[in-house]
Design a binder for this molecule. Structure first.
Ligand SMILES: [Zn+2]
Length: 197
């Protein structure tokens, strides 16, 4: 439940900022769930994809993400953090062929109880928050925002719980972006003219 706490290594420059010319697509790669010490499972890749879909939608289609099997050339990489690695949700800047890329380290934390949708809520919202950093978004102190940081206090259980209550089935995650109007505005402000389409 502390996934966001360590998310201080935010990116101030979005993925596309270092491109000399408007980039085409933002390539992304999702680590297959074979990490020995992660509590990930195969379906978590979809949660990462849905988070990127939500940003695409918020951008009015200006952002276009394309999945690749080629990790080395992917601008955005989603990794399932080893629970012993000390990494929680974290976005780390990486150099991808001279461009600024981002690795998102997603820790799967099993919440108390056996509520699968709460678990998926935490994974999805962590993916959304960390990919928000990759889009150039900074932390906010506003509890409704996906870019809210728990360093400002706030009820962590309620943060996830309010989203969980919107879900009846896992598919409902695709219908509930988890972001606020302020998050969308921040994204649109961060997108320069001629961004990747
Ligand atoms: Zn963060």
């Amino acid at each position: 439940m502390r996934n966001f706490l360590r998310s201080v290594n935010f990116l101030s420059i979005a993925l596309w900022a270092a491109a000399a010319a408007p980039a085409a697509d933002i390539t992304f790669w999702v680590e297959p769930c074979s990490v020995m010490n992660s509590a990930c499972d195969a379906g978590d890749a979809d949660l990462a994809r849905w988070a990127l879909e939500a940003w695409k939608k918020a951008s009015g289609g200006q952002l276009h993400f394309v999945e690749t099997k080629d990790r080395a050339n992917a601008l955005l990489r989603v990794l399932w953090a080893d629970k012993n690695s000390g990494l929680y949700g974290e976005a780390v800047t990486v150099n991808v062929n001279g461009r600024r890329g981002s690795e998102l380290h997603i820790l799967i934390a099993e919440p108390p109880g056996k509520d699968r949708l709460l678990r998926d809520t935490i994974v999805y919202l962590t993916c959304l928050h960390e990919s928000g950093h990759a889009m150039g978004l900074r932390h906010t102190a506003a509890f409704p925002d996906i870019m809210y940081s728990f360093q400002f206090g706030g009820d962590i259980d309620e943060y996830f719980g309010r989203y969980r209550r919107k879900l009846t089935t896992r598919e409902d995650i695709r219908k509930n972006s988890g972001m606020s109007a302020a998050d969308r505005d921040a994204l649109l402000e961060s997108i320069p003219k001629g961004v990747p389409r």
